[in-house]
Design a protein around this ligand. Structure first.
Ligand code: NAD
Length: 341
């Protein structure tokens, strides 16, 4: 029997998670919830996903647009094992009572606070802690990228302290309300930024401080990392560790990938759906030690790095697979995340 999954909030993250779930052989999309008719709703219907309206009053609007609706969110919750809540940040918490009422497990996204679920998830760092839980939060795109890197380095060499500057994309490419911007915005101005404490919601023992700047681009986030390690090592040791991780992709400027624009073009050329880059993109030739400290750059595709994490979180919460590494492998294979390609 396949696990039945609902998607509430079918936007940037929700539609990608829906496709990733549909690609797995042990889970299926039972329905997606839309607030209003749209091209995304129409395409979801054409893909064969059953559509549900968030509230009864909106159903006539869908009918007018000739988009078939199978019922309301509440009807869908009666049919599923778990819901992926990918509604806009701070909206998801409104639904907690409803999921509880229907006895459905739920996974929220990084726009919600850690306190909503009391458990923040990352596939590599704490899969087994998610086993059997009712609620989890997959951390934000930036935090997911930082946790992947710090977990790998901490396991291999011990992380003494990490200091990271995040250059954040101002808006997603399809966002006409927030961006692009003609400025560099220290965000937040009051330091440090929330990303460090968010990493600590998964890796509590890492000494990390972060600051962030919003930039006039929509393509990816760029992190400049400065890390002190406990054990001595050299550049090739760090490269060796990253090469073995399932969701870190090393690229090189010698291969003409010198920017986030080229990293995104690379993902498109790999034939990735929507041109997504699910892995952290780490510049191999940026990895350097100076005065005993490690430095490098990584880029994070904000629209997609959390997608495979949501699939693994489903397996953990529903206790479908005990071994996190096996879930990661299965998820990666099904969506086509093959690092050698
Ligand atoms: P989005 O705005 O692209 O999509 C949200 C979807 O939810 C839209 O389809 C919208 O119509 C729908 N929606 C709005 N109000 C709703 C409601 N009350 N009930 C049901 N659906 C509703 O947002 P997104 O970028 O996909 O973000 C979703 C979550 O993922 C947020 O918590 C966000 O912080 C997090 N996240 C976003 C990114 C990113 O860069 N886009 C990256 C990682 C995590």
């Amino acid at each position: 029997m396949k696990a039945k999954v609902a998607i509430n909030g079918y936007g940037t993250i929700g539609k990608r998670v829906a496709d990733a779930v549909a690609a797995q052989d042990d889970m299926e999309i039972a329905g997606v919830v839309k607030t209003r008719p749209s091209f995304e709703a129409r395409i979801a219907m054409e893909k064969g996903f059953d559509l549900y309206a968030s509230i009864e009053e909106n159903i006539p609007e869908f009918k007018k647009s000739k988009i078939e609706i199978s019922g309301t969110l509440e009807d869908l919750l009666e049919k599923v094992d778990i819901v992926i809540d990918a509604t806009p940040g701070d909206t998801g918490e409104e639904y907690k009572k409803l999921y509880d009422k229907h006895g459905v497990k739920a996974i929220w996204q990084g726009g919600e606070d850690h306190e909503l679920t009391g458990f923040s998830f990352n596939s590599e760092a704490n899969y087994s802690d998610g086993m059997g839980r009712d609620f989890a939060r997959v951390v934000s795109c930036n935090t997911t990228g930082l946790v992947r890197i710090l977990y790998a380095l901490d396991n291999a060499f011990g992380v003494k302290k990490a200091r990271v500057t995040l250059m954040r994309r101002a808006a997603d490419p399809n966002d006409i309300k927030t961006g692009p911007i003609n400025a560099l915005i220290p965000d937040p101005i009051k330091l440090p930024s929330h990303h460090g404490p968010d990493v600590n919601s998964i890796l509590p023992d890492i000494d990390i401080t972060t600051m962030a700047v919003k930039t006039s681009t929509t393509l990816m986030h760029l992190h400049a990392l400065n890390i002190e390690l406990k054990n001595n090592c050299i550049e090739s040791d760090v490269i060796g560790v990253f090469e073995k991780r399932p969701r870190i992709r090393l690229v090189s400027s010698k291969d003409r990938i010198k920017s986030t624009a080229e990293a995104m073009e690379f993902a498109k050329d790999l034939g990735r759906p929507r041109g997504d880059m699910w892995e952290n993109v780490v510049w191999k030739d940026s990895i350097a030690f100076s005065k005993g400290e490690l430095y490098f750059f990584q880029a994070i595709h904000q629209e997609s790095d959390v997608v495979p994490e949501n699939v693994d979180a489903i397996r953990a919460l529903l206790e479908m697979e005990k071994d996190g590494a096996k879930s990661i492998k299965k998820t990666n294979k099904a969506i086509g995340l093959m690092k050698s390609s």
